[in-house]
Write a protein that binds this ligand. Structure first.
Ligand SMILES: *[C@@H]1O[C@H](CO)[C@@H](O)[C@H](O)[C@H]1NC(C)=O
Ligand SMILES: *[C@@H]1O[C@H](CO)[C@@H](O)[C@H](O)[C@H]1NC(C)=O
Ligand SMILES: *[C@@H]1O[C@H](CO)[C@@H](O)[C@H](O)[C@H]1NC(C)=O
Ligand SMILES: *[C@@H]1O[C@H](CO)[C@@H](O)[C@H](O)[C@H]1NC(C)=O
Ligand SMILES: *[C@@H]1O[C@H](CO)[C@@H](O)[C@H](O)[C@H]1NC(C)=O
Ligand SMILES: *[C@@H]1O[C@H](CO)[C@@H](O)[C@H](O)[C@H]1NC(C)=O
Ligand SMILES: *[C@@H]1O[C@H](CO)[C@@H](O)[C@H](O)[C@H]1NC(C)=O
Length: 804
């Protein structure tokens, strides 16, 4: 159906325009409406805008029309080599395969992330993406540094971990064949008010403390054993330790964590190992700014300050480190921090873990009995997740992550996978987009790194913001009247010069040029809709649309409208005139050239009773109406037209007898009746025709309320009852017989009457003959008889009268 096709294509158009990034909601072309005045500006408008740097192009008159969609530029006459349209791209610089095992190979070669180095070239606004794969390889080397709170309350703990080294090593050997253990301890800054500084506490702050009268002076952090695989030395070192005593409840543990993290050489962190820092304490830590209580105003510098004696030397000079600094230094050195804290402080440290990436917290028994299980649990939990972090991300780059974890599903927005088994590989799709071009250097780099991994992916970003054509700029070009620089198809005029070809001089007599801003002599400058600059019109902006043309004589909003829609929606408004789309004509493009809808069911154009105008029938025949002028009850041939349908539909005979044609052409409703009531509908037309068998068929043709034609026909044609041969024969024979009988009867009657009459005559004659014999007329009886009847009658009457 033509109508539904139009609607479908209209919908498709709408959807396309909605999704086309080149058109904003009003349907305007973003590239051309962005009024770019240079190639660089154009490229920034939208990643799909391109610039034409060709000098003379027929279709390109104004500067802004040089910036358009590539297809449009090609259509306007620009050629490919002159089109500037850089795209974002990626090249992989280093792509070594993932390792499957951590031990056995040289550790420096163990690779847990792929690729390792990529370089991307970005066009602002155009995202590009790459995939990173991360694998926790099996049997990866582990360095574990045990950092212990040696404040007085940890006395029982110290007793319990005297042989920790042996047991822990035993357990860890099950997880990795390459394990090292180190040890350090802390209390708090040895200054007032954090520690006891009165002279009598000089050597033993526990003097006078009745439960445990012997302990060592307080200290910030003491590194006791560098990471080693010699378990015995760990045990020995632990056994040597003595607890200390500080004054306030919080401890200086964060000082110790920072030193343990940054003093790489002293601690002995191996580059190729996982770094675990186990922090045991039973109290809250001092935080940044607490140092002010002791007069320490200098913030922590994040550096290593271990002296020869392996003690934290800046303890009484710098404040406690902030959480942010701590997090940064831990991540920088790939250290997983495990807070092993007593239950009462679990929530506090739990809250820290959300502020410091790569940390976990586990509950430590009051006496540290569960420390081994705790470490194993923490290690397993660390190894069961991979979280990607971004380092040094330039501000104008936005990154989006999609993680594909063990379940095989992608999780948009997630850069973390959990519940992994050792050896599992997960991948992350990273999409990078630049929002703008950097002002100065066009090279940036950032690093993607799974938390706690040594492995990194280095991403070098270059910006593709410039136009190649800018390299071929011509200073003092003849194309710019020798007084401007020609670049990317445009003239950049030297100071003091104006115009598209720098042909005007600032301050010159304006009138000499102004004539070039008039469409004709006497007309207003730039049609009154723009300003004359040099010899060129700069057209005003209009809220209604765009004003253009060399004299601002054109616009795209003052075209004829139909029903309020510019060019009926079937054309483009070009300089006051509708340029209709294919299939439409007319001033306002409201006239469709399609004739499909004018073809009536009998295949004729408007049933032959009208003409097809703008896609619909205009009926010219008197009395004809309907979408295709197919209805015309008063037309002389109305009966003829419908007769075929009656014949084929009811009797399967006639011109349209074959199925297909009949069903196609005769869609009218046909009602059959036994008798045609003549005057049931005034508007109906009675049609009568004679069938081949000389019968008479009658039907009426009318429109029902909804305008549908209804045919009411007799069930059967009416035929006058024809002379039947037998009947005729019988009738003839019958009538002959009848006449014969009648004649016979009449003859018989006549004969009978005649006979009777003869007989009567005979009788009378015979009786007369007898009389003649019995009485002689001449003979007279001698006796005469007189009757008295009359007298008696009279007497009777008189008598009756008297009685009454
Ligand atoms: C910019 O992109 C174009 C095309 O994609 C490429 O040929 C060119 O080398 C890129 N330039 C830079 C500086 O990356
Ligand atoms: C990565 O590649 C860039 C340039 O392609 C190079 O400058 C950088 O040094 C490389 N980084 C690594 C870690 O290989
Ligand atoms: C931890 O954080 C929650 C909410 O963020 C807060 O309600 C709770 O008091 C905090 N706990 C501690 C011990 O700071
Ligand atoms: C362009 O012309 C100006 C003065 O007309 C001159 O100073 C300058 O050197 C010229 N530049 C070139 C590249 O020819
Ligand atoms: C360019 O400027 C110079 C003066 O700076 C002038 O003499 C010359 O005529 C100008 N060229 C054109 C084509 O106007
Ligand atoms: C087209 O528009 C003209 C002018 O508004 C109007 O006279 C004509 O009837 C319209 N034609 C159709 C088919 O709508
Ligand atoms: C007409 O159609 C009927 C069923 O629709 C079919 O049985 C019959 O054969 C067809 N006749 C012709 C002539 O096509």
């Amino acid at each position: 159906m033509p109508r539904s096709r139009t609607i479908a294509s209209y919908l498709a158009f709408c959807i396309l325009s909605l999704y086309s990034p080149l058109h904003d909601v009003t349907g305007l072309n973003i590239c051309t409406s962005g009024s770019a005045t240079s190639c660089e500006e154009c490229l920034l408008i939208h990643p799909q805008c391109a610039w034409c740097s060709k000098e003379e192009v027929d279709g390109i008159k104004s500067i802004t029309s040089r910036c358009d969609h590539v297809e449009n530029l090609l259509r306007k006459g620009c050629t490919k080599e002159f089109i500037e349209n850089p795209v974002s791209s990626i090249s992989i610089v280093k792509d070594l395969p993932l390792s499957s095992k951590g031990s056995g190979t040289a550790h420096a070669d163990v690779i847990q992330i792929i690729p390792q180095n990529i370089s991307i070239s970005l066009r602002p606004g155009a995202p590009t993406s790459f995939r990173v794969q991360v694998r926790q390889v099996e049997d990866y080397p582990v360095d574990l540094y045990y950092l212990m709170d040696l404040s007085l309350s940890m006395k029982d703990d110290l007793d319990n971990i005297r042989n920790l080294g042996t047991k822990l090593t035993e357990e860890m050997k099950k997880l990795t064949s390459n394990f090292r253990l180190g040890f350090g301890s802390f209390v708090d800054k040895n200054i007032s008010p954090f520690s006891y500084k009165a002279p009598r506490y000089q050597d033993n702050p526990c003097i006078g403390y009745k439960f445990f009268p012997n302990c060592v002076p307080s200290f910030g952090f003491r590194h006791l054993l560098s990471l080693t695989d010699k378990v015995d030395s760990f045990n020995q070192e632990v056994q040597k330790q003595k607890v200390s005593r500080n004054r306030d409840a919080p401890e200086g543990g964060f000082d110790a964590i920072l030193q343990a993290a940054v003093c790489k050489e002293k601690i002995g962190w191996r580059k190729e190992a996982s770094h675990l820092l186990v922090f045991t304490t039973d109290d809250v830590p001092h935080l940044a700014l607490d140092g002010k209580l002791g007069g320490l105003v200098q913030p922590h510098d994040g550096q290593c300050h271990l002296n020869e004696a392996n003690e934290y030397s800046a303890s009484s000079e710098m404040d406690y480190p902030s959480l942010a600094l701590l997090g940064e230094k831990l991540a920088e050195n790939n250290i997983y921090l495990i807070f092993a804290v007593t239950k009462s402080h679990y929530m506090l440290y739990k809250n820290f873990t959300s502020l410091i990436p790569g940390t976990t917290v586990e509950i430590l028994d009051q006496d540290s009995k569960n420390i081994i299980q705790l470490i194993i649990n923490a290690y397993n939990s660390i190894r069961s997740k991979v979280e990607l972090t971004v380092w040094d991300n330039p501000e104008d780059l936005s990154l989006a992550f999609t993680a594909t974890c063990q379940d095989g599903l992608s999780h948009p927005g997630l850069r973390k996978c959990e519940d992994l088994k050792i050896g599992d590989t997960v991948s992350f799709d990273v999409s990078v987009q630049a929002s703008s071009c950097p002002a100065t250097d066009t090279k940036h780099a950032f690093i993607l790194k799974p938390v706690g991994f040594r492995d990194t992916l280095e991403v070098t970003v270059t910006y593709n913001c410039s136009c190649g054509c800018a390299a071929q700029m011509e200073p003092n070009s003849t194309k710019c009247s020798d007084n401007g620089t020609y670049t990317c198809g445009l003239c950049m005029c030297d100071a003091g010069y104006l115009g598209a070809k720098c042909e005007c001089r600032e301050g010159d007599n304006v009138n000499t040029y102004q004539s070039m801003c008039r469409e004709a002599e006497g007309k207003p400058l730039c049609s009154g809709r723009g300003e004359c600059s040099c010899n060129q019109c700069v057209c005003y902006e209009s809220d209604f649309g765009k004003i253009g043309g060399p004299f601002c004589e054109c616009d795209d909003f003052s075209c004829p409208r139909y029903k309020g829609v510019l060019c009926s929606g079937h054309g483009e408004c070009v300089c006051g005139e509708c340029k209709c789309h294919a299939g439409f004509i007319g001033d306002n493009c409201n006239c469709s050239t399609e004739t499909d809808r004018c073809i009536s069911s009998d295949g004729q154009m408007c049933s032959g009773k009208g003409s097809c105008v703008c896609g619909s029938c205009q009926c010219t025949h008197p009395g004809a109406f309907g979408e295709t002028c197919e209805k015309c009850p008063t037309c002389p041939d109305a009966c003829t037209a419908k007769r075929d349908c009656i014949e084929c539909r009811l009797f399967n005979s006639g011109r349209l007898a074959d199925n297909h044609t009949c069903q196609k052409l005769c869609k009218d409703e046909i009602v059959t009746v036994d008798d045609l009531g003549t005057n049931e509908q005034d508007s109906s037309v009675l049609c009568i025709y004679k069938t081949d068998s000389d019968c008479v068929m009658r039907f009426t043709y009318s429109e029902d309320v909804s305008g549908k034609s209804v045919l009411t026909a007799l069930k059967e044609p009416e035929c006058g009852s024809g002379p039947n041969a037998l009947t005729v024969l019988l009738a003839v024979v019958g009538s002959i017989l009848l006449v014969g009988f009648a004649l016979l009867a009449i003859w018989k009657l006549i004969i009978t009457i005649h006979d009777r009459r003869e007989f009567a005559k005979f009788q009378s004659e015979r009786s007369r003959a007898r009389y003649e014999m019995a009485s002689n007329p001449l003979y007279r009886q001698p006796i005469s008889t007189h009757s008295l009847d009359m007298v008696f009658n009279l007497l009777n009457k008189a008598h009756n009268g008297a009685v009454n």
